[in-house]
Structures are given as structure tokens and as C-alpha cells.
Design a protein around this ligand. Structure first.
Ligand SMILES: *Cc1c(COP(=O)(O)O)cnc(C)c1O
Length: 480
């Protein structure tokens, strides 16, 4: 058997030393023509610091290489190697920074891609409030200290007919603070069919535990009756929780009480009924063939005492968690010390108010990007796809563009069984495999995120703005 030597031979060490001696100095490197663009863009000090790291790493590799680093050779070759590593390090840093991407996947609420793009009105509102002072906690009528979110609360009451409202950082925070306020030290009743995980380690049983309440599971995975809830109620019961199974469905032999029935039971026992809606759609999606996404209005009407939902899923606003409910309960939630830790900033209030304003004025389907994308008809997507293909064919013969039938996805853990009919653009090449095209589009500036369906790269224009279409076309022009 052959064992690799643990200690480098004397000869290897001498070779490594000669490579080390050939390493150019930082000052020599900074003068190189090839680095001037990086210096101009990032500044000399930043490039110098980064060069130091690259050189340290290279030195360690050479010493640890038992002489094999000899192939790195003379000063000029080493400088080339250093330059390349430096560029990779800058590019890696740049890629990990938050930036715009083009979502060509057709997944409308894509959690990995930042969920909802904001409306123009929301962007304008953010601009106004961000660039100047604002009345965030100042009452313009009395000229005295005011409360955060008063304006938004009034808008939500008007739009949804709830008694009161509060806003926190996201829906997970809304669930946590509500359960902590209403359930701490007591029992929370929930059906076994709703012990859900949303993803990103948000699991209902864990959140209940963190809220300081104890979980009391009732029923079975597929069937839970009103009487199961009723039998579980005891002197320690503090809340009945219902969680919308956002990202999965139990089908077949199933049963669960309606929200109205649960609300009646809760009220008979003087208990609050808390509905975690998740997506919280304000628009009835039945006309789109999406039949199991309840609206917030329905939950309010059914008599839930408290309702929580996300601001950046189907609502189409900024990341936030909206809590609606009875005045007395919302007041207790607002005075929970956790509120200070979970509250949102002025930018979120500005964007959320502008988003809600679109619903109030009846223009949500036109103005809110998530809603526009969902309501885009198949005919419109098809027309845009055909036009795109015609333009693309003029730009390049290296790729074949074809329209094929397919489906867009709602996403964001909403309506998992539902797909919206769409026309996809399939893109193939005799020189590049689908994964290679995907990778190159992802490396574009701005990055273009696509899907691979049956080994073919596809683009779904449902989630692509007309301006972004042009950027995709120029990306292909560059790929030629
Ligand atoms: C998405 C979701 C959450 C978490 O919402 P975030 O806004 O991502 O914190 C909680 N509950 C349900 C039912 C959900 O669908």
C-alpha cells in the first residue's frame, strides 16, 4: 500500500519557497493595468484589503502543497492567478447582495424571489416618506405625540369591516404575538389536520410552544368534528386556533367544521377564535378557478375574533403581518411588550397604506402587480409570447423559441392544487443543454430566473413586465 508522505521533502520545500519568492507584492499588483477597472469601481483601499486576503490564501496553499504549487510558476503567471481569484471574490460578493432579478418562472408569489413586487403607488409612498421626516408618531390634528399605524387601521376598518387592526413584521410574528397575548399559560385547541409547517422552520406546534401556551390537539389528520373541539374545552382553554393549510391539501375522506360553527362554539364558551389565514387574499379567486383560497372578508363575516395574514403574499404589499379583530383583543395585543420588538417601520406603513388604497378605490386588479399577474388572461400571455418569439428569432438563430401549453403557479404557499393555464416559451439550443442556458441567464445582469420543464428551459411571461421582456431579449443577444 502507498502512503502519502505527511512531511514534505526538503526538495519540495525549496520549490515552494521559490514560488513564494515569485509572488508579486501588493503595490506591484495595484499598479497592474488589468486591475484599474476594479480600483475605479470599488476603491483602492477595498481592492488592497481584498488582495491581502487572496495573497494570504495563496501563500497557505503553496506552503501546504508539498511542491505541487510549483506549476503556478513565475511572477507573471502568479499575477494572472491572483487577478482571477480577486475578480471571483468581487463577483461572489456582488452576487450575494440583494438585487433586482427577473422572475420568468411564472410563480406569482415566489418566496425565494422576494414575494410581491410593489405597486407604483407603494413605491412613490415609500419615496416620499423615506426621503423626509414624517408623521409616523405625530398627530397632525392635535400637534401632539400620536400613535403609529392609526391611518392604516382606519383604512383596514373601512375596507374589511373589522373593529380594529394592528400590523407587525410578518404573519409569523402576528401568530406569535396573538397566541402569546391570548393563550400564555393556558391551552390552545387546534385540529390535528392543521399542525402545519409553512417552511423556513415555521411550525404551528413550535410557535404555540414559544408563545407560552400549551397545545391541545383534537380530531385526526383528515377528520375533525365540532364535537371534538367541544369535548376538549376545559377551564384552562384560552384560545381556539384555526390555521389555513396554505401549502398542502387533505383530500378524500375529510371533515372539518365551518368557521361559522367554530365561531359560535367559541362564543358560547366565552373564548376567542383565532384564524391564521396565511395568504389573506382580499379578492375572490373563484373566477380564476381557484376555489380553496378563502378571503379575509369571509373570515371577518364568519365571526372569527382575531384574523392574521401576510402583507406580501396575495395582498401584494410589503412584508408585514396584519392582525384584525375585536377592539378589546387588538388592544391587548398592542399593549403586549412583544409589540415593540415586532412592529414595522415607516416604509412599511407607507407601502401598506398605498396598497390598501388601491383596494379601497377598486383598482387593485390593475394596480397591484401580484393581482394583475394572477388575472392576466391566457389569451394575453399567448399574444405576448408569440410577439416575444418573433422578436427573439430575429435576434438569434442559435436558439429555438417555441410556444407551448403550460401552467403558472400562484406560489407563496397559496392554492397548492391550483394552476393557471398559460403559454410558455420553450428555448432550446443544439450547442447548450437546458441547465447551461439556465445558468447563463442566471449570470446575466439583471439575473433572469427561469424554469426547466421536461428537460426544456421555459419562460413564463405572466410574471415578466414588458420592460423586463426587453432585458431578456438583450440577454439572448449577448448569449449569441
Ligand atoms: C405564510 C404563512 C405564515 C407565515 O407568514 P409570513 O408572512 O411568511 O411570516 C403563517 N401562517 C400561514 C397559514 C401561512 O400561510
Amino acid at each position: 500500500m502507498n502512503y502519502a508522505p505527511v512531511i514534505a521533502s526538503k526538495g519540495d520545500l525549496i520549490m515552494s519557497l521559490s514560488v513564494l519568492r515569485n509572488l508579486p507584492s501588493i503595490d506591484q499588483l495595484l499598479q497592474r493595468e488589468a486591475l484599474q477597472d476594479l480600483i475605479a469601481k470599488s476603491g483602492r483601499d477595498v481592492v488592497r484589503d481584498r488582495l491581502r486576503l487572496v495573497l494570504d490564501e495563496l501563500r497557505r496553499e503553496i506552503v501546504g502543497s508539498n511542491g505541487s504549487a510549483d506549476s503556478l510558476g513565475d511572477g507573471a503567471k502568479l499575477a494572472g492567478e491572483i487577478e482571477q481569484r480577486l475578480r471571483e471574490s468581487f463577483s461572489l460578493r456582488q452576487k450575494s447582495q440583494t438585487q433586482k432579478v427577473i422572475n420568468a418562472t411564472g410563480v406569482v408569489v415566489h418566496t425565494n424571489l422576494g414575494r410581491a413586487p410593489l405597486s407604483h403607488a407603494a413605491l412613490e409612498a415609500i419615496n416620499q416618506v423615506a426621503a423626509d421626516y414624517s408623521n409616523l408618531e405625530y398627530d397632525l390634528v392635535s400637534g401632539k405625540r400620536g400613535k403609529r399605524g392609526t391611518g392604516l387601521e382606519a383604512m383596514l376598518k373601512e375596507l374589511l369591516g373589522c373593529e380594529a387592526a394592528a400590523v407587525v413584521n410578518n404573519c409569523a410574528a402576528a401568530v406569535l404575538i396573538t397566541l402569546n397575548t391570548l393563550g400564555e399559560g393556558g391551552e390552545v385547541i387546534i385540529s390535528r389536520g392543521e399542525l402545519i409547517e409553512i417552511g423556513g422552520s415555521f411550525r404551528i406546534p413550535d410557535v404555540i410552544a414559544k408563545s407560552g401556551a400549551r397545545i391541545r390537539e383534537v380530531g385526526t389528520t383528515n377528520r375533525t368534528r365540532l364535537s371534538d373541539y367541544e369535548k376538549a374545552i376545559n377551564e384552562n382553554t384560552k384560545v381556539i386556533l384555526r390555521a389555513h393549510p396554505s401549502n398542502y391539501r387533505i383530500v378524500g375522506f375529510t371533515e372539518k367544521p365551518s368557521l361559522e360553527e367554530l365561531a359560535r362554539l367559541a362564543s358560547e364558551h366565552g373564548l376567542p377564535l383565532f384564524e391564521d389565514l396565511g395568504s389573506g387574499c382580499l379578492v375572490d379567486l373563484n373566477p380564476l378557478g381557484i376555489h380553496d383560497e378563502p378571503t379575509v372578508q369571509q373570515a371577518v363575516k364568519a365571526g372569527a375574533s382575531v384574523i392574521a395574514f401576510s402583507g406580501d403574499k396575495l395582498l401584494g404589499g410589503p412584508q408585514s403581518g396584519i392582525i384584525l379583530g375585536e377592539s378589546e383583543l387588538i388592544k391587548r395585543i398592542k399593549s403586549n411588550p412583544l409589540m415593540r420588538a415586532l412592529r414595522v417601520d415607516k416604509l412599511t406603513f407607507a407601502a401598506l397604506e398605498a396598497t390598501i388604497a388601491a383596494y379601497l378605490s377598486g383598482r387593485a386588479l390593475e394596480e397591484i402587480p401580484v393581482q394583475s399577474a394572477l388575472h392576466l388572461s391566457k389569451e394575453t400571455v399567448t399574444r405576448r409570447a408569440r410577439l416575444f418569439i418573433r422578436r427573439a428569432r430575429k435576434i438569434t438563430n442559435d436558439f429555438q423559441f417555441n410556444a407551448i401549453e403550460g401552467h403558472s403557479v400562484v406560489g407563496g404557499g397559496s392554492a397548492p392544487g391550483n394552476q393557471l393555464p398559460t403559454t410558455l416559451i420553450s428555448i432550446t439550443s443544439s450547442r447548450l443543454a437546458a441547465v447551461e442556458i439556465e445558468e447563463r441567464l442566471r449570470a446575466n445582469s439583471p439575473p433572469i430566473i427561469t424554469r426547466i420543464v421536461n428537460d426544456n428551459l421555459v419562460i413564463d411571461l405572466r410574471t415578466v413586465s414588458p420592460a423586463a421582456e426587453n432585458e431578456i431579449l438583450s440577454a439572448f443577444a449577448k448569449l449569441v
